[in-house]
Design a protein around this ligand. Structure first.
Ligand SMILES: NC(=O)c1ccc[n+]([C@@H]2O[C@H](COP(=O)([O-])OP(=O)(O)OC[C@H]3O[C@@H](n4cnc5c(N)ncnc54)[C@H](OP(=O)(O)O)[C@@H]3O)[C@@H](O)[C@H]2O)c1
Length: 261
């Protein structure tokens, strides 16, 4: 099996396959027995590895992971709606694991990425103080989201100590393991650390599948209410899909990448 085939198999796919999972658009057809949706409704959701397409077919009952549809509320545009499902739900699950509140200072690693922009704001909504790691390039955008930026890399623990002499009480590592190790060094108990990208023994990990029921509708409501903002780092026409994938793979996107069809 090639590396590509192995990675496809991890998601239950066989090659060749489509691309992308999040989508937003308008209902074009309805299957027999479907209730709650009508032709012309604005919808968003997930269609595992087949979302970058003119049409997707999804299970309106939403019983299969990443094969689902939600109503797009008024006030949420399609490019934003198309970012909510996977990254938003993953962030929601990760924030729920560490369950922050007004007395917490949360360190978030990789805070400016697609998942990070949701995690920062969801943690801030709970009243927590958020310190987010990023490069100097991301500092302003992290501040705009409500996080205090700190540079990742050597010396991170000292920089966080200087920013938060009272200590850090929870941490979410969205990039690798650096934030986990720094959080442990700063005395954060494993139970209040969460990873999504890399497993670390003893540290809980989260994925979108663990998110609370209703998490996706709640994200959409927060956007519609102006309490959650999704920075779109880049938009590409479908013809430039390869450029989009390469940009994302470079792991320095600020916010989400959107494909226009
Ligand atoms: N995006 C999604 O929808 C999604 C959903 C579920 C899971 N995941 C997984 O979750 C992880 C995060 O994905 P993502 O899309 O949010 O972001 P990503 O593309 O993996 O990373 C982008 C962010 O990481 C920062 N970054 C780069 N090098 C770093 C380092 N050494 N330490 C800390 N941060 C660093 C970048 O900041 P600078 O630009 O400032 O360097 C940028 O803000 C990935 O493993 C991904 O596969 C992603």
């Amino acid at each position: 099996m090639t590396a590509d085939a192995e990675s496809a198999a991890r998601f239950g796919l066989s090659l060749p396959t489509g691309f992308g999972t999040d989508y937003a658009g308008v209902v074009d057809q309805i299957g027999d027995g479907v209730t709650g949706f009508a032709i012309g409704d604005r919808v968003f959701g997930g269609a595992l590895s087949r979302a970058v397409a003119d049409f997707v077919v999804v299970d309106a009952a939403g019983e299969t992971a990443a094969n689902e549809a939600y109503h797009t509320p008024d006030g949420v545009d399609d490019p934003t709606a198309a970012t909510l499902l996977i990254a938003g739900r993953t962030a929601s699950a990760a924030v729920a694991v560490v369950s922050p509140g007004p007395d917490d200072t949360v360190l978030i690693g990789g805070a400016g990425g697609g998942v990070g922009v949701f995690a920062v704001q969801l943690a801030r909504i709970t009243g927590a103080r958020v310190i987010g790691t990023g490069s100097a390039t991301s500092a302003d955008s992290l501040r705009e989201l409500g996080a205090e930026p700190v540079a990742y890399g050597d010396g991170l623990a000292d920089r966080v100590r200087a920013l938060a002499p009272g200590g850090v009480t929870a941490a979410i590592d969205l990039h690798g393991t650096e934030t986990v190790h720094v959080a442990r060094e700063l005395g954060v108990p494993d139970a209040r650390i969460c990873t999504i990208a890399t497993q670390v023994d003893g540290v809980p990990s989260a994925s979108g599948a663990n998110a609370a029921p209703g998490a996706v509708d709640e994200l959409a409501r927060l956007v519609a209410a102006g309490r959650l903002r999704v920075p779109i780092g880049a938009r590409f026409p479908i013809e430039k899909i390869r450029d989009a994938a390469e940009l994302q793979a470079g792991r320095h996107v600020q916010g989400k990448v959107v494909i226009d069809l």
